[in-house]
Design a binder for this molecule. Structure first.
Ligand code: ISL
Ligand code: CA
Length: 543
């Protein structure tokens, strides 16, 4: 397994519209990010992943692009972007951007042409189908709207969209489309960005024939279709291989076996991937399932491909709420989950605010929510006659807005995020949970994350070490090793509100050195062969 910078990196995800507002319009922006780069540098992250800031009508918070060469004015302008790239590099960091090429905005000039007439040269840049028996061409559902088919009266056909109707899918079978996308990628890479996070990149190839699905609600028919690897190998030949960059594919529905086809070092496709066997398929914490997933991915990729580790992002509610304990043990469980993500094999991702233990949110009215996915779902269910109060209650825990509330900088109005009125409400707990307080508190979540990251810089075992779970079958304790040459680390976690006794494995009986703990007082138990872990206690030992 060759060593590279993107395997050793810690990535910090900036959802800029909720990061920091520099001009008081209530929306975060790139100028605001520039003014906070030192904060990210101080934390120790190496790479920034910037969510889409391209020109867009903003129906899906930038994931509906209308000009890949333009910058959304609420984010800033091209000069700001260029300054951001320069400043990030001056600080010794790197920046990767979001590549959203499975679909464009319905306001993109390409689509305006494509929908204009059946014989328009750009008609075949998107996916158009005749009605079948006067209805949609098949029984599929989309991510964000009941059907992925929207009728276009003017030309008497449906167009296909995996997400909202405002996000028509590009037709990747068309070489003109692929050529244009490669030009766009070179444009941004030549500006000096250090790679791409590739939005739902495994959806580019569509199922031949668009046949009805046995279960329309299982959207896996949207991904991993024949042709996808040919597209990615062409993208690699045409663009990726010519730059020293990092690529991470967002790949829903992928298992370790087919994940290797995307990131195998001999595949010449992508460098790393996000899978969703936790974030999409594990609604709440399930230790046995989590251990099983980690084991399968470790064995599936070991020595051949590289994984990512994350427990939340802008699409998934905040980890301390979903997978930890955001009440009595918020700080402890935030640190425990951070320990988990940073000591599992793969590149760790920190979603803005995670490093201070920010929590999910629970707004009392649907009008407080902004996410198109949630609003479309709410409307679909309420129009179907379901009780609006119950629908809201059911949708709140997994709403993507949970992780999109503004970063809480201090305890001043709007948590110091904006001097204007924020585009989305600030989480009311900002008075207790904010960066200012975290920086002033010696054993804060922030300080713990900083130590986790500096441990990675000093110890290759954390990056390249073999992984072995020594706690098979245990539902609350997670005891595992990372080992590289003569160095072995033992990580012990108690994912529970109860105390639990840890019986140390044989290898730890001749002494161990405590490297990091999420409780301030750790009784010295140099040669102890068992000890008690407190609620959500985490410890990293060198043995
Ligand atoms: O939110 C999800 C369901 O839990 C995710 O599966 C997500 O919708 C899916 O992985 C695609 O997400 C990406 O593409 C979307 C965009 O809305 C998301 O923000 C982006 O991360 C369409 O571009
Ligand atoms: Ca702003």
């Amino acid at each position: 397994m060759k060593k590279t910078w993107w395997k050793e990196a810690v990535v910090y995800q900036v959802y800029w519209r909720s990061f920091y507002d520099s001009n008081g319009d209530g929306i975060g922006d790139l100028e605001g990010l520039l003014s906070k780069l030192h904060y990210i540098k101080d934390l120790g992250a190496d790479v920034i992943w910037l969510n889409p800031m391209y020109q867009s009508p903003d129906k899906d918070n930038g994931y509906d692009i209308s000009d890949y060469y333009g910058v959304m004015e609420k984010a800033g302008d091209m000069q700001t972007v260029e300054r951001l790239i320069t400043e990030v590099h001056n600080l010794g960091m790197k920046i990767i951007m979001d590549l959203v090429v499975n679909h464009t905005s319905d306001q993109h000039p390409w689509f305006l042409e494509s929908r204009a007439s059946e014989d328009n040269p750009k008609r075949d840049w998107y996916i158009w189908k005749d009605a079948k028996d006067g209805k949609e061409p098949n029984n599929w559902r989309s991510y964000f709207a009941p059907s992925p088919w929207t009728w276009e009266e003017k030309t008497g056909q449906y167009y296909f969209h995996s997400f909202a109707a405002e996000q028509p899918d590009l037709n990747w079978e068309n070489p003109e489309v692929r050529e244009e996308i490669y030009k766009i990628m070179r444009f941004w890479l030549d500006k000096g960005i250090d790679g791409f996070r590739m939005d739902v990149i495994n959806l580019l190839a569509k199922q031949k024939g668009f046949r009805d699905a046995a279960d329309p609600y299982d959207l896996s028919y949207l991904g991993n279709n024949p042709g996808i690897h040919e597209y990615l190998q062409e993208m690699n030949r045409e663009v990726l291989k010519h730059y020293d960059i990092m690529t991470v594919g967002e790949i829903p529905f992928v298992t370790p076996e087919d994940g290797l086809l995307y990131v195998g070092e001999d595949r010449n496709e992508l460098h790393t991937l996000f899978h969703f066997q936790v974030a999409d398929d594990m609604p709440s914490w399930d230790m046995l399932r989590y251990k099983e997933i980690q084991k399968k991915w470790y064995e599936g990729l070991k020595g051949k491909g590289w994984n990512s580790q994350f427990l939340n992002n802008h699409d998934h509610t905040r980890q301390v709420t979903r997978y930890g304990n955001d009440g009595e043990y918020r700080a402890e469980s935030a640190k425990l989950l951070g320990t988990l993500v940073h000591t599992m094999p793969g590149t760790p991702y920190i979603f803005q605010g995670e490093e201070i233990g920010m929590t999910g949110v629970c707004f009392e009215d649907i009008s407080d929510y902004r996410d198109i996915a949630m609003k479309n779902k709410y409307n679909e269910l309420v129009e179907r006659g379901e009780d609006p109060v119950q629908v809201l209650k059911d949708l709140q825990p997994l709403s993507r807005d949970n992780s999109r509330t503004p970063v809480q900088w201090d305890d001043s109005e709007n948590a110091g995020f904006t001097s204007g009125s924020p585009w989305i409400k600030v989480n009311p707990n900002y008075k207790e949970i904010n960066v200012k307080r975290e920086l002033e508190t010696p054993d804060s979540v922030f300080c713990y994350y900083k130590k986790l990251i500096s441990l990675r810089k000093e110890n290759e075992v954390m990056v390249y070490g073999d992984y072995e779970d020594l706690s098979d079958g245990q539902e609350e304790l997670y005891i595992y090793t990372r080992s590289l040459w003569e160095v072995t680390w033992l990580i012990v976690l108690n994912h529970s509100e109860r105390t639990n006794e840890v019986k140390l494995p044989e290898i730890a009986h001749d002494g161990k050195e405590l490297l990091l703990a999420n409780y301030v007082e750790v009784p010295e138990e140099e040669l102890a062969q068992k000890f008690i872990l407190r609620p959500f206690e985490a410890r990293i030992y060198k043995i």
